[in-house]
Design a protein around this ligand. Structure first.
Ligand SMILES: [Zn+2]
Length: 445
């Protein structure tokens, strides 16, 4: 049976991930992601109402028109986790395939919300929630298995496609966190076993391959956040914390620290509310009972007014805006666009890293500069990454021992760096190690 790997998106950039694997006449698609910074540079972009071909033109979603030339029928669309660069193009592309969308329960809920917000296309693909550790029979030849992983969003898995020629492992994205704050560590025993059974190809992320050593555990981020917040037990000033709305374990850590120093955690912002309430409803997280959340502008402003009145030291708002995004809560507060007044000694903690592109740097600079003008103290990078470092990749390769390796999810600097690393440990470029570009494919012989 022929196995062909088709690089649709995410091989020239970080974002808009999509890879298709053809086994004989059957095709399985992994991820359909969005590249957000490509949308942001077109200020008037209103994604919900845009046509896929225009978004392809903008390089915001994968150019899946190349799938027309691939012979076979798509049997399943599989998403590894709920980040937008993995699910954000589902509303624009999935309806072109007569196939179910398979993902973990949390990811499935996020996909459901994405589809519900879509204005242009009717997406009627069946959504199937498969838990980590479970299998799904795609056809007599193909079985999908979800192996537990860890990343910066809950319910992330390594989708493993079992084919008659061995397993194809899709490792986009992951970290090998042995002491996660939420959920269990990756299923090392099962990964080792799959490695023994035989892996024909590994498609792996390469975002942090240039970072030496191992990616610090989420427990380290918890210590960083806790160390800072609990230092202000007797402080009367405001403490704001901004982090990724989708990073549920981090939000939980911050909320628990707030509780610990006697402040009520309050989640503010539409996406903050959306991701956390979905996680709570699926019982994937337990927050302190004192936690409340407000999404829309009216209730957010009302809450901020209440905090001003009741006392800044009674609350700890967890807010959107760590990238300085226009319209995010932190940005609006700093710009004086809410009933909340910043004062000397108020504190803003960033439990996030600036996503490296010039626009974010600029926007974030503006927010920090304005906050400092009001006398606000800034705490930066109380954060650890969700992506494997070099030694994690080393361990992972040795667990799986794949015949072929395909670095993905990165620009050529990252996938190239991965190729260099893989050559050092015995793979050969063009032989069993493949550098792909969007729109290219390789046949695994
Ligand atoms: Zn991710």
């Amino acid at each position: 049976m022929d196995i062909e790997i088709i690089a649709v998106g995410g091989y020239n950039e970080v974002g808009r991930n999509m890879t298709a694997v053809r086994c004989g006449k059957e095709i399985v698609i992994f991820d359909m992601g969005l590249r957000l910074d490509q949308v942001m540079i077109h200020e008037d972009a209103d994604i919900e109402n845009m046509h896929s071909l225009d978004l392809i033109e903008m390089k915001a979603i994968p150019d899946d028109t190349i799938m027309n030339a691939v012979e076979g029928s798509v049997k399943a669309i599989v998403c590894s986790h709920g980040h937008l660069d993995h699910i954000g193009a589902i509303p624009k592309l999935a309806h072109r395939y007569n196939a179910p969308i398979i993902s973990t329960p949390y990811t499935t809920e996020l996909i459901r919300q994405q589809i519900a917000g879509e204005q242009k296309f009717g997406v009627n693909n069946k959504l199937f929630a498969l838990k980590a550790g479970q299998r799904y029979t795609i056809s007599p030849h193909l079985t999908l298995e979800f192996v537990r992983a860890q990343h910066s969003i809950i319910d992330t898995v390594f989708p493993v496609l079992h084919t008659p020629r061995g397993a194809v492992v899709y490792a986009n994205d992951f970290k090998l966190d042995r002491t996660p704050v939420l959920g269990e560590p990756p299923d090392f025993a099962r990964l080792r076993q799959i490695g023994k059974e035989g892996v024909i190809a590994l498609i792996t992320e390469s975002v942090n391959i240039a970072d030496k050593g191992r990616c610090p555990s989420e427990r380290v981020a918890r210590d960083l956040v806790r160390d800072t917040i609990t230092s202000y037990e007797d402080d009367k000033s405001a403490i704001f914390v901004s982090t990724f709305s989708s990073h549920i374990s981090r939000v939980k850590t911050i909320a628990e620290c707030a509780h610990e120093i006697g402040r009520k955690p309050v989640l503010l912002g539409r996406s903050m509310e959306r991701y956390s309430s979905a996680a709570e409803q699926l019982k994937l997280v337990g927050f302190p009972e004192s936690l409340s959340m407000f999404g829309n502008r009216r209730t957010v402003d009302r809450t901020l007014r209440r905090i001003m009145k009741t006392g800044k030291d009674k609350f700890l708002p967890i807010v959107t805006g760590h990238q300085g995004e226009t319209g995010a809560i932190l940005t609006r507060i700093v710009m004086g666009d809410t009933p909340y007044k910043l004062e000397k000694g108020d504190k803003v903690l960033f439990s996030a890293k600036v996503i490296p592109n010039p626009m974010n740097y600029g926007q974030r600079y503006l927010v920090e500069a304005r906050a400092k003008m009001a006398g606000v103290r800034i705490f930066d990078e109380l954060h650890v990454s969700g992506h494997a470092y070099k030694e994690d990749h080393y361990e992972f390769l040795h667990l799986l021992n794949p015949q072929h390796v395909i670095p993905s999810h990165g620009d050529v600097g990252m996938t190239g760096e991965y190729a260099k690393f893989a050559e050092e440990i015995g793979y050969t470029l063009g032989n069993d190690l493949h550098l792909m570009r969007n729109g290219k494919s390789i046949l695994i012989k």
